[in-house]
Design a protein around this ligand. Structure first.
Ligand code: ATP
Ligand code: MG
Length: 381
């Protein structure tokens, strides 16, 4: 557990999570090399060195492993073969197995079911007949999701039970085939998530659960502390810790939950990395989720997860931009006390693209919410 500021951290992926990780790494004195696997949006900047070659380039693999002391992923959809190759040469945190489980909804849901952790009812299907059987088994509306490569609601299709559904053949064709999970649609009372960090020695810490509000399947705001009974929040922390331990996980992980109308917590999915609902930790917690990840990677003691101030995180999507290259006027945010603007350096705005976020802090959660809502209104949301 020696602090070595010469440590070079290798990051697989080129998005905003790696950017915020790199910002914290710089503050802590570490060097960062990113391998983005392709074109970069601008979010990859702030690394000492950026590799943009495809993930199957052997020369780049060699350069990456020659230069980095330890490697991590900033998003989970990194090919398994690459994770294995990297891990054969340098420590990879989190490890290949844990990332593989989280990048595939079939493995993920099966893992949860095997460990007795409650989830929405589901079936795995790979043909129209399978879909027809699943639709007979699961009552009410369902959501079809691709087993791989989904994020921000991509690769999902809602299938309502009323009015009468199209035939399974037609639905399967509309969905595009492949391999899918058919998931019972939960009548949500709330959504929440818990960030957990597990050190190399197996010790764990959790952050205060975030209450998450989505719009069109994309996270809109996270509210911390969540406005839910304490016993429920404690239960969410306990389940999230159980999931982390069962995975034998090392690093920071986000565990997403549905709360149904009966008050039951169901695990939706896990994100094997810092998570969008943990962005407030940069401004509102003693140790951010990104610093925490660096601490685990470098085998340093875990930091305090204490919330210093109630916070509301608002995601800034590209829809807010007047044009692809024109940003909104941030004056309302800049004039709001307790508001911190974070922009990810992406050169082009597109609808649904995450361009940045704002953390609104207040002395109470109501004050933070009032500030967030006033700014949202001022920016036309
Ligand atoms: P992300 O990676 O951004 O979390 P994702 O593509 O992995 O998104 P999910 O987390 O599965 O997608 O779904 C996104 C959102 O869609 C959920 O947070 C929830 O609001 C809604 N949703 C997904 N599945 C269900 C379900 N079974 N019942 C009710 N709502 C759901
Ligand atoms: Mg999700």
């Amino acid at each position: 557990m020696n602090y070595d500021s010469e440590t070079c951290i290798g990051v697989l992926g080129g998005g905003q999570l790696g950017r915020m990780l790199a910002l914290e790494a710089r503050r802590m004195g570490f060097r960062v090399i990113k391998w983005t696997g392709g074109d970069v949006s601008g979010a990859a900047r702030l690394a000492d060195h950026i590799l943009t070659q495809p993930f199957d380039c052997p020369d780049t693999l060699q350069r990456f492993i020659d230069q980095v002391d330890v490697a991590t992923v900033e998003f989970e959809n990194i090919p398994r073969e690459l994770l294995e190759k990297v891990a054969a040469h340098v420590p990879l945190i989190p490890g290949t197995e844990a990332v593989s489980v989280c990048q595939n909804r079939e493995l993920e849901k099966s893992f949860l079911a095997d460990h007795g952790i409650p989830t929405a009812e589901f079936r795995i299907v790979d043909c129209a007949e399978g879909l027809a059987a699943a639709l007979r088994d699961i009552a009410g509306d369902v959501i079809l999701k691709t087993v791989e490569s989904g994020y921000d609601g991509k690769g999902q299709m809602l299938v309502r039970s009323e009015p009468a559904r199209a035939s399974a053949d037609q639905l399967w064709q509309d969905f595009g085939g492949g391999r899918a999970i058919v998931e019972q649609r939960i009548d949500l009372a709330a959504e929440l998530s818990v960030m957990v960090a597990r050190g190399q020695d197996g010790s764990t810490v959790t952050y205060d659960p975030a209450e998450n509000e989505h719009r069109d399947h994309i996270l809109d705001v996270s509210i911390v502390p969540a406005r839910l009974p304490q016993a429920l929040l404690d239960e969410a922390r306990t389940i999230a810790t159980r999931v982390t331990q069962a995975l034998g996980y090392t690093g920071v992980i986000g565990v997403e939950f549905f709360l149904d109308q009966q008050g039951q917590l169901l695990v939706n999915e896990m994100a094997p990395r810092p998570h969008n609902s943990g962005h407030h930790t940069l401004d509102a917690c003693e140790c951010s989720q990104f610093e925490q990840q660096l601490r685990v990677i470098c085998d340093l003691p875990l930091g305090s997860t204490r919330l210093i101030k109630p916070a509301v995180m608002w995601n800034l999507l590209g829809d807010l931009w007047p044009s692809e290259t024109t940003a909104p006027d941030w004056t309302p945010v800049l004039k709001t006390p307790g508001a911190k603007l974070h922009l990810y350096g992406k050169s082009h705005a597109k609808p649904r693209r995450k361009m940045g976020h704002v953390t609104f802090m207040g002395d109470t959660i109501d004050e933070a919410l009032e500030r967030a809502n006033a700014c949202k209104r001022a920016l036309g949301c």
